[in-house]
Design a protein around this ligand. Structure first.
Ligand SMILES: Cc1cc2nc3c(=O)[nH]c(=O)nc-3n(C[C@H](O)[C@H](O)[C@H](O)COP(=O)(O)OP(=O)(O)OC[C@H]3O[C@@H](n4cnc5c(N)ncnc54)[C@H](O)[C@@H]3O)c2cc1C
Length: 414
C-alpha cells in the first residue's frame, strides 16, 4: 500500500502528482474463496479488512453489485455517537466510537472524523425528563453524556431559535459524538483491505446461494458461480430480499430515508443538533453545506428516492429551529433504502444456515457502527460463534422475544 504522508505528498507534488497508484486493486473474480462478503458498503468492507488483519483470513472477496459506497454508506448524514439507552447497545456503539477515534491513523487515510458534539433537544418538560433518564442510563454504561439547560444551548448554538413553535427547554449532549466523511470511511477500508489481499469486485451482483445439507457452499453471481464455505450478507436495504434466496425470513422492512444539503456557506454551526420530536437533525459539513436529515418515509419502498412530504416537513422543522437558514438554497436531495427491524437494533451473527452470516438491520444508524460491525462480524465469522459484543443482536432474539428496543434512543424516531 502506498503510504499517505507529508513526505510522499511532497514527492508526488514535485512529479506533478502523476504517479499515484490506484488506492485499491481491480482483480478478476476467482472461482473459490475462504469467505465471500456480499455488499461493498462500509460494513462489508470493514468485515473483510478485519478478517484479513486480525484473523489472517486473506482469501476473501467483497462482491458489490454497483460501486463501493454507492449504497447507504455513501448516502448518510455521517452522525457518529454512542449514547444508546441499553447497556448492550452502548457497549457496542462505544466500541465503534473508540475505533473511529483511531481510524485515520490505523488505515492511513484521513476520514475527517470531527468530534464536535451531538446535541439532542427537548421541547417539553416530559421530553426533558426522558432526556435525563436517557443521559443517566448512558452514564451508567460508562459513556459520556451531559444535560444542558436552554441558556447553555444558546451559547453553544447561537443561531438556534429557542422560542419557535417547538420551544427548546434543554437537551443533552455527547461531546465525543461527531461526524466523519462517509466516502472516506468506505475508501479507507477498501484500500486497507485490498492491500491485505482482499479482492474487491464491483459490478458483481449475487443472485442466489449454493446450499446443501443445511450449509452454504457458495454463491451465484452475475459473473458466474463462486464457491465459499463462509458467506456474509452485508447488504443493508436488500437484507430481506437476499436472505429469502437462502430460504430465510428475516424481520426487516425497507423504507427510504432521505437527506439533503444546502449550498455551502462559511462556518455557521459547529455542533450536530438533533430533534427527535420534530424529526430533524442538522450539521455543517467540512465543505460548508448544511446537512439535513429527517424521518423515514412512512411506507415501504426499494426506490432510492424519498417522498416530497417528508422533505417538506423536515425543512419546515429545521427552519423553525434555524430561521436564518431560510436564506439558503437547497442544492441536493437524495435517499437510501434502510432496513428497519421491529426493535431498531441490528441483526448480527449466525443464521440457521451453517456458514451463512448476517450483518444487517441497521436501519438509520449503521454508519456510526461500521468499525464495530466489521470488527465483531470478522471475529464471529473466523470463530463461527458470536463476538461477545453482538451476542444479544442475534437473529434468534426474535424467537426468544429478547428484543432490545432502541426505538426511543434513535436520533430521530423512525
Ligand atoms: C439518508 C440516510 C441518512 C443516514 N444517516 C446516518 C447517520 O447519520 N448515522 C448513522 O450511523 N447511520 C446513518 N444512516 C444509516 C447508514 O448509512 C447505514 O446503516 C450504513 O451505511 C449501512 O452500511 P452497509 O455497509 O450495511 O450498507 P450499504 O452501504 O448500503 O452497503 C450495502 C451494499 O450492498 C450492495 N448489494 C445489495 N444487494 C446486493 C447483491 N445482491 N449483490 C451484491 N451487492 C449487493 C448494495 O449495492 C450496497 O452497496 C443513514 C442512512 C441514510 C439512507
Amino acid at each position: 500500500m502506498q503510504r499517505y504522508s507529508l513526505l510522499n505528498l511532497a514527492r508526488h507534488a514535485l512529479r506533478g502528482n502523476k504517479q499515484w497508484r490506484s488506492a485499491w486493486r481491480t482483480p478478476t473474480l476467482r472461482r473459490s474463496y475462504d469467505v465471500v462478503v456480499i455488499g461493498g458498503g462500509g460494513q462489508g468492507l470493514a468485515t473483510a479488512y478485519y478478517l484479513a488483519k486480525e484473523h489472517g483470513i486473506r482469501k476473501v472477496a467483497v462482491l458489490e453489485k454497483g460501486w463501493i459506497g454507492g449504497g447507504n454508506s455513501g448516502r448518510n448524514t455521517q452522525v457518529c455517537r454512542s449514547n444508546y439507552f441499553y447497556p448492550s447497545s452502548a457497549a457496542f456503539y462505544d466500541h465503534s466510537l473508540k475505533l473511529y477515534e483511531g481510524l485515520s491513523r490505523e488505515l492511513n487515510f484521513n476520514i475527517m472524523f470531527s468530534q464536535r458534539g451531538v446535541l439532542a433537544l427537548a421541547h417539553s418538560e416530559h421530553e426533558l425528563e426522558i432526556n435525563r433518564r436517557w443521559a443517566n442510563a448512558t452514564l451508567m454504561s460508562g459513556v459520556d453524556s451531559e444535560i444542558l439547560a436552554a441558556h447553555d444551548i444558546k451559547k453553544l448554538v447561537p443561531r438556534i431559535n429557542l422560542q419557535s413553535s417547538y420551544p427548546v427547554l434543554g437537551g443533552f449532549i455527547q461531546w465525543r459524538g461527531g461526524i466523519a466523511r462517509h466516502d472516506a470511511v468506505v475508501w479507507a477500508y477498501a484500500r486497507a483491505a485490498s492491500a491485505l489481499g482482499v479482492d474487491i469486485i464491483q459490478n458483481c451482483e449475487v443472485h442466489g446461494f449454493q446450499l446443501s445439507d443445511g450449509r452454504v457452499r457458495g454463491v451465484e453471481t452475475s459473473q458466474g458461480a463462486v464457491s465459499a464455505d463462509r458467506v456474509v450478507m452485508s447488504v443493508a436495504g436488500h437484507s430481506s430480499v437476499l436472505a429469502q434466496r437462502a430460504g430465510l425470513r428475516v424481520p426487516i422492512t425497507t423504507m427510504a430515508l432521505q437527506a439533503m444539503v444546502t449550498e455551502p456557506v462559511k462556518p455557521a454551526l459547529d455542533t450536530i443538533v438533533v430533534s427527535g420530536a420534530i424529526h430533524a437533525y442538522v450539521s455543517q459539513s467540512d465543505r460548508g453545506e448544511i446537512v439535513i436529515g429527517g424521518g423515514a418515509d412512512a411506507y415501504n419502498s426499494y426506490a432510492q428516492r424519498g417522498g416530497l412530504p417528508v422533505m417538506r416537513s423536515t425543512i419546515a422543522a429545521v427552519l423553525e429551529l434555524f430561521p436564518s437558514f431560510s436564506r439558503l438554497r437547497l442544492m441536493r436531495q437524495w435517499a437510501g433504502m434502510v432496513d428497519i427491524t421491529p426493535d431498531t437494533t441490528p441483526i448480527l451473527g449466525l443464521t440457521p444456515v451453517d456458514g451463512l452470516y448476517i450483518n444487517g438491520g441497521w436501519g438509520t444508524g449503521g454508519f456510526k457502527a461500521i468499525p464495530a460491525g466489521g470488527h465483531t462480524m470478522a471475529a464471529t465469522v473466523a470463530n463461527n460463534r458470536p463476538h461477545p459484543l453482538i451476542e444479544r443482536f442475534s437473529l434468534s432474539r426474535f424467537e426468544r422475544g429478547a428484543l432490545i428496543d432502541e426505538g426511543a434512543a434513535a436520533g430521530v424516531a423512525h
